[in-house]
Structures are given as C-alpha cells and as structure tokens.
Design a protein around this ligand. Structure first.
Ligand code: PLP
Length: 385
C-alpha cells in the first residue's frame, strides 16, 4: 500500500492512564460509556475502539446509525452500542436486529419501535431522552406519563434500558444554575417513573465536564467523550480539578495522539524573496526552508498560515507564508543537518519539545474537539505503545 502524506499514532498507555484517572474521579461503581462519535473525535473508530476495549471499556456511544455501523466492525461481540442521535425510520429494524440501543425522544417513535420489535420477535433497547432545559432533543414533559405507560404496557417488546438527558453547558461554571435546574427536572421525571411503577435500568445525564466536576450528575452511567482522549473539557473544569488536588503530584489527562509527516523537500531562499503564494511572507534573510506534504485539505488549519510551527529534530520550525491545499513551508535556517525524509511532528512530542492541540486551537479559535474531528478519515491511524 502506498504511503499517505501524514499519519496518526495512538498511545495505549496514555489511554489507560486517562481511564484510570477518570475511574478514580468518577468512582468504580458507575458505568462508563465511551463516546466515539465523529470518528472517535478524529482518532479513528477502527483503531480506537479495540484500544478502549483493552482498557475494559465495553459500551460505546455514537451520534448516528452510520457511526454505529463502524463500531460494529471494530468492536468485540460483547460490547454495547448506543445511538444518541439520528436513526432513520428505515434503519430501526437493523438496529433492533443488531442489539443496538438507541435514544427515543418522541412518542411516535415508541409506537413505531413497538411495532417493528413485535414483527421481528426481538426487543428494542431504548433510552428515553427527556427535555430538562437544553432544548435540543428530548421528550417534552406533557408526553412523559403517556410514554412511560406505553413502555410499561409493551415491555415485552420495549426494554426500558435508560432514562437520560443532556446538559446545556456544564463546561462553564457560570452555567451551573442551568445544570442545577436540569437535575431538578430530571429527578421529577424519575419520580414519575417510580409512581407509575416502571423504572429504567440506567439513569444518565453527564458528559465529561459534569462527570468530572459534579458528583450529583453521575447517577448510574456517564458518557465520556473528550476527556478519554486526554483533553480537559474546558479551562473551568481543569481549574476546579487543580484546586482540589496537589498540583505537584498531578498526573491528570494525557493526549493520546501524535500526528506526524516527513520533510518532502528542502531549498535555499535569498533575502527579499517571497515564499509561496502572494506576498504573505518575505524572507528577512537568506533562509533554508523545508517543504511539507500536507495542507488544509489534510486537516492542517489554514489559519496557522505564518503562525503555526512544527518540530524537526526536536526543534521548533515556524510556518512561513500561507498553508496551501496540500503543501506548506517551514523555516529550518536554525536547524542544522535536516534531510529529505526526516520526521516532522505536527502535534505531539519530539525530543524535548512538544506541540499541543491547544497551540492550534488558540490560534484558530477552534474547539479541541472541533479541530480533532476535522482530521480527514483518510489519514492512517495506528495503535502504538
Ligand atoms: C458528545 C456527547 C457526549 C460526550 O461529551 P464530552 O464533552 O466530549 O464528554 C455525551 N453525551 C452526548 C449526548 C453527546 O452528544
């Protein structure tokens, strides 16, 4: 197989460390669903899922039936899959046949699921999502009693696996008043289940931020996305954590991916010459530059034109001029003995230097998760130590 212009390597030991850290924070009795939507936040579903399973993870949550299909290909027989988002009506039989659990957030979908499950002679495994204040998906309160009664009546076809909701912004402490209101509403729904006499197997609302910072949001299960990949959900959550621990012994979360490419070509540029398109960069002295074989079409943000840097021989090499569609140039005047084919680190460590995703995102105003999830699926990912 021919080589791609860049590659991503994932660290099994960093991942293990992240799960140990999260487990210690969250407690050992709470179920953890690993959120692997958006190609496992850019890490690659096919590579990431088996690595997570090696750490004991056995439940994966995705945003669509299409992503669920990719998880099926990657996961072991015993792992569970939950679709939290789009499941088209015509794909419901497929989901039920494959034991895929799915969110339901309107009443009609319960009746439909019941009919299909009955026809197939197999239970639909349902997480009923309720509206508590985020106002995206979620069954409204006025349909709730009807829905629970329906689930109760048709429990031979409909397994009431979960009652769940999603928080509108637990990443920011200033939103805590919203979160508190959502918890209160969620508890009211749970009380109604008890009164009606039909309760879910699992109650869940927390994603990374809430799971880490707010114990009262953990219930029976948490849905962990960004933090398992080694990123703090937000500065607020990181700060809360630092405040309650001894900073010196702090191990915390570690990025698990490294992104690399190679030097494609080298050249000398005379003082006063322009580098690349237009007049974006003019050489301030005689320079040596390296040409790298990727650009914005390969996930390297164009906003890093004249701003980003990469690592070559453990030293920082600044981007010169504009990021092109599939090339960009860096300054290596200060780095001796660079050769064509030398390894280039775009994100990650090389010798004593490190380039963090945050150095990208501060320049580009992308979210960590946004930058990661935009990494093209064509980039090969492989597991590493
Ligand atoms: C994306 C998502 C999560 C995970 O969120 P993180 O902040 O990445 O942990 C959890 N639940 C739902 C419904 C989501 O869409």
């Amino acid at each position: 197989m021919v080589k791609h212009s860049s590659r991503i390597v994932l660290s099994q030991s960093a991942l293990k460390g992240n799960y140990n850290f999260l487990r210690k924070k969250i407690g050992k009795d709470i179920k953890m669903a690993s959120v692997v939507k958006a190609n496992a936040y850019g890490h690659g579903i096919h590579q990431f899922v088996p690595m997570a399973e090696k750490c004991g993870v056995d439940c994966f949550a995705v945003a669509s039936s299409h992503e669920a299909e990719e998880v099926i290909e990657a996961c072991s027989e015993d792992s569970q899959i939950i679709i939290m988002g789009i499941l088209y009506e015509e794909d419901i039989p497929w989901a039920i046949k494959n034991d895929i659990q799915y969110y339901v957030f309107n009443y009609d979908r319960l009746e439909l699921s019941n009919r299909i499950a009955k026809d197939l002679g197999k239970k639909a495994i349902i997480h009923l999502e309720v509206e508590t204040g985020a106002n995206r998906t979620g069954l409204p309160k006025h349909d709730f009693d009807k829905a629970i009664n329906y689930l109760k009546e048709h429990k031979d076809n409909l397994q009431f696996e979960g009652l769940c909701t999603h928080l509108g912004g637990a990443e920011t402490i200033a939103n805590k008043f919203k979160i508190d209101a959502q918890i209160e509403r969620f508890d009211e729904f749970l009380n109604r289940c008890k009164e009606i006499g039909h309760e879910p197997n699992l109650r869940h609302m927390a994603s990374s931020a809430a799971a880490i910072a707010f114990e009262e949001t953990r219930y029976d299960m948490v849905r962990i996305g960004v933090s398992q990949y080694g990123f703090w959900p937000s500065p607020d959550i990181h700060y809360l954590h630092l405040r309650e621990t001894d900073k010196n012994v702090e191990k915390g979360l570690k990025r698990i991916f490294t992104w690399k490419t190679d030097v494609m070509d080298l050249r000398k540029v005379d003082e006063g010459e322009y580098i690349g398109y237009g007049t974006a960069y003019q050489a301030v002295q005689d320079m040596t530059i390296a040409v790298l074989p990727l650009g914005y079409s390969n996930g390297y943000p164009r906003a890093l034109s004249n701003k980003g840097y990469v690592l070559i021989k453990g030293k920082k090499a600044p981007v010169l001029g504009l990021i092109n569609m599939n090339l960009f140039m860096v300054n290596i005047t200060h780095i001796p003995d660079v050769e064509i084919g030398d390894e280039v680190v775009l994100v990650g460590r090389q010798k004593n230097n490190v380039i963090k995703v945050s150095s990208f995102t501060q320049q580009t105003h992308l979210l960590n998760a946004e930058m990661l999830s935009r990494l093209p699926t064509a980039i090969p990912r492989s597991p590493g130590p």
